[in-house]
Design a protein around this ligand. Structure first.
Ligand code: GLU
Length: 438
């Protein structure tokens, strides 16, 4: 049974990069009819916040990413302790006492000597007395003893990978203050929760190598791993600093539609073209992780605008019923109004703007050179209420009286009636409008 998980740390709001990970795992589970777990990686009590947990749930729900099960790491600390004991019993976990400053110094020395900055395992060489002396001074942290062999796996996106364990420091699993670190907690959860596929960012490749050994040491079965490339900006620039400004809730506040985000992210960086999907089922159907490449994926926030607009243009009136009601559109005019404006909305917020223009009347815009023309046209404007023929009747009469035609005829009249140079078909809009106060 396919089981995947999305495992955010609740230390901030989800951004577009996190979404990529969430979406891939979600789609794999749904496509296989499996289980998708939301796992809250909150073993860091200082940085984790309950309000971010709520925000994560809210953002995923907004996107339509439903989960079958929720797990919280802070509620499973005893499981990680048990695993740590097991590793100690197998002599795969050892206590080390270097301070961060000492470790930093060691790394610098190694680098100066042209050596890779890998932890030198000094802790293993301590005598009993030295160890006892250090223990009275400070609490030690716990490192996993890597087997110095090549760690290999076939990555679902990157293909065959091989990492020399000797090129990696023995990972710290438990901090000096007793805090369980992600590397162990994640492995214990993946094994005990029967996770079969893990998709995460390529910044986790080295973690994966060490986790494969930890899983084996715990007697578990490693899941299939796939590492997607990291997002860059449109020019290939790193996004990490800007990701804070690309939070899902900011996109939502800007009026971006969830289906636009999901459609883009389910294809960006793959060999398939981006296409707008109408429903999550369609996205699930068309998803294939094997079609994604290793190269960094360029993300342009501006791509979400046209996709959002296109999505909205195709929506039936029932799907915008709430927005219409909130904007104050009377029920009996809802369908006609939506059909009139739908091609002209870029976000749902435009629904209220168009209705406000109709309800409150527009401030006419008249260019100086059009003053006489518009004044004359107004004398020919039939009395409101107008119907579907009013615009053509009126513009026909104005054309005849003034000799103007085409854009020179229509544009000043549109601007006089709506205050805008663009907008819905005037013939359809006229029945909603009122005579401008000139
Ligand atoms: N909490 C980890 C992170 O957000 C999870 C990584 C993983 O998927 O294993 O980076």
């Amino acid at each position: 049974m396919t089981t995947t998980r999305f495992a955010p740390s609740p230390t901030g709001y989800l951004h577009i990069g996190n979404l990529r990970t969430a979406l891939f795992n979600y789609l794999i589970a749904r496509k296989a009819g499996g289980t998708f777990i939301l796992r809250i990686d909150d073993t860091d009590p200082e940085r984790s916040r309950p309000e971010y947990v709520d925000a994560i749930r809210e953002d995923l729900t907004w996107l339509g990413l439903t989960w079958d099960r929720e797990e919280t790491q802070s509620a499973r600390l005893d499981r990680y302790e048990a695993a740590a004991d097991k590793l100690r019993d197998a002599s795969r976990l050892y206590e080390a006492f270097e301070t961060p400053v000492e470790l930093d110094l060691k790394r610098k020395k190694q680098l100066n000597m042209g050596k890779p900055p890998v932890y030198d395992r000094s802790a293993l060489k301590l005598s009993e007395d030295e160890r006892a002396a250090l223990k009275t001074e400070r609490s030690g942290h716990w490192r996993f003893l890597l087997d110095h062999e090549r760690i290999t796996w076939t990555d679902g996106i990157l293909g065959d990978l091989s990492i020399d364990a000797a090129s990696v420091s023995d990972p710290v699993l438990i901090r000096g203050d007793g805090q369980m670190l992600y590397t162990l907690a994640s492995v214990v959860d993946d094994v005990e929760m029967g996770v079969t596929h893990v998709v995460r960012g390529s910044d986790h490749v080295t973690n994966t190598a060490t986790q494969i050994q930890i899983i084996a040491a715990l007697g578990g079965q490693a899941p299939d791993f796939a590492h997607h490339s990291l997002l860059t900006g449109p020019q290939g620039e790193g996004l990490s600093k800007r990701l804070g400004t690309l939070s899902l809730r900011d996109l939502r506040a800007e009026g971006v539609e969830p289906m636009a985000v999901v459609s883009l992210m389910a294809r960006l960086g793959s060999s398939d073209p981006v296409e707008l999907h109408g429903s999550m089922d369609e996205v699930i159907e068309g998803f294939d992780p094997g079609r994604f490449g290793a190269a960094p994926t360029k993300f342009d926030r501006d791509d979400l605008g046209p996709l959002t607009a296109k999505y909205l243009h195709g929506l039936p009136v029932d799907d915008v019923a709430m927005d219409l009601t909130e904007a104050g559109v009377p029920q009996d005019q809802a369908t006609q109004f939506w059909d009139t404006i739908r091609e002209n909305v870029e976000t749902r917020r435009d629904i209220a703007s168009w209705w406000a223009l109709i309800r409150d009347g527009a401030t006419p815009v008249i260019e100086d050179e059009d003053r006489d023309f518009v004044a004359e046209a107004m004398t020919l404007l039939p009395e409101a209420p107008w119907d579907a023929t009013s615009w053509s009747t009126w513009t026909g009469a104005v054309k005849e009286a003034t000799g103007r035609k085409g854009r020179g005829l229509f544009m000043p009249l549109r601007k006089a009636l709506t205050g805008q140079s663009q907008g819905p078909d005037m013939g359809r809009l006229m029945p909603f409008l009122r005579r401008p106060k000139l």
